[in-house]
Design a protein around this ligand. Structure first.
Ligand code: PAF
Length: 286
């Protein structure tokens, strides 16, 4: 069955008004398209949390930073719609940039201070402002009860949770576990940039994360440097030089010096493999 695709805010608003009239709840799955099994898992989770699901497909110019080539970002609307037709998605919102930013991107920006400035935020200054701004706009346009995001983008998830809390958006945020290939490589639209050989090398990222988790597990407390060293050693076997390896509090992304059994800790990595910038993370304790 084909899904209604709205390219304008007016069409989306009409559909949303119909849902409100029928008393139906709505879950939003925001995406930039080039959908893979990880996105489809977001849609499945969304359908468990609301009676209707809308998927947004929008390559947001505001979250690309100078030096990043938005034109090169993978786009495949026809393929995305074919995949979504097999899911519980009820509608797709796929606007052009002029619909979302009629005066050009950037006049009003939403900035979540602190979390946005470290790790990926330091490497990509302005990126999380772009994400927070478009997500705030998507929340205002779709008025979802629930929005679903992947834990692979753990820093993005933390930024959005903080955005919702600080700006009182009446939206429940659900995060779902990362979907991986059999090799452990986290699914990402950017994996399309990897050759088969680069994919095999990139699988070292998850091997490194799980090795560090195994080292930390079972210890009541452990300093962070040996964990970071272990990740770097495993990555270096595949000639991967990480942009960062860090252990942080998953709530606010402040760096941790110790991993303790009773305190949440997230080990996060960013690394370039070939022309792809890949990120991944793992919880070091329950
Ligand atoms: O994770 C993404 O695909 C994007 O950052 C998001 C949340 C859709 C905002 O453009």
């Amino acid at each position: 069955m084909s899904i209604p695709v709205f390219s304008t805010i007016a069409e989306l608003a009409d559909w949303r008004a119909g849902l409100a009239q029928a008393g139906s709840s709505l879950a939003l799955v925001p995406t930039m398209g080039a959908l893979h099994a990880g996105h489809l898992a977001l849609v499945a989770e969304a359908s468990r949390n609301a009676s209707a699901v809308v998927v947004s497909i929008f390559v947001n110019p505001l979250q690309f930073v100078p030096g990043e080539d938005i034109a090169r970002y993978p786009r495949d609307l026809a393929g995305d719609l074919a995949k979504l037709a097999e899911t519980a998605a009820d509608a797709v919102f796929a606007p052009v940039p002029e619909e979302i930013y009629p005066d050009g991107p950037g006049s009003t920006l939403v900035r979540v201070a602190g979390i946005s400035d470290v790790l990926c935020g330091r490497a990509r200054p302005g990126h999380f402002e772009g994400v927070a701004t478009v997500v705030a706009k998507l929340f205002n346009l779709t008025r979802p009860d629930v929005a679903v995001f992947g834990q692979k983008d753990a820093q993005q998830l933390a930024v959005i949770r903080r955005l919702v809390k600080d700006l009182n958006f009446p939206v429940r945020i659900v995060g779902i576990p990362t979907v991986r290939e059999a090799s452990g490589l986290a699914l990402s639209s950017r994996n399309r940039y990897l050759s088969p050989a680069e994919k095999a090398r990139a699988a070292a990222i998850y091997r490194a994360l799980t090795a560090a988790r195994a080292l930390a597990q079972g210890q009541p407390a452990m300093p962070v440097p040996p964990l970071v060293d272990l990740v770097q050693t495993v990555l270096s076997e595949q000639a991967i030089d990480p942009e960062y390896v860090a252990v942080v509090d998953p709530g606010d992304f402040t760096p941790l010096a110790m991993v303790r059994r009773d305190q949440p800790a997230l080990l996060a990595v960013a690394a370039r493999v070939g022309s792809a910038r890949l990120i991944d993370n793992i919880a070091l304790n329950p």
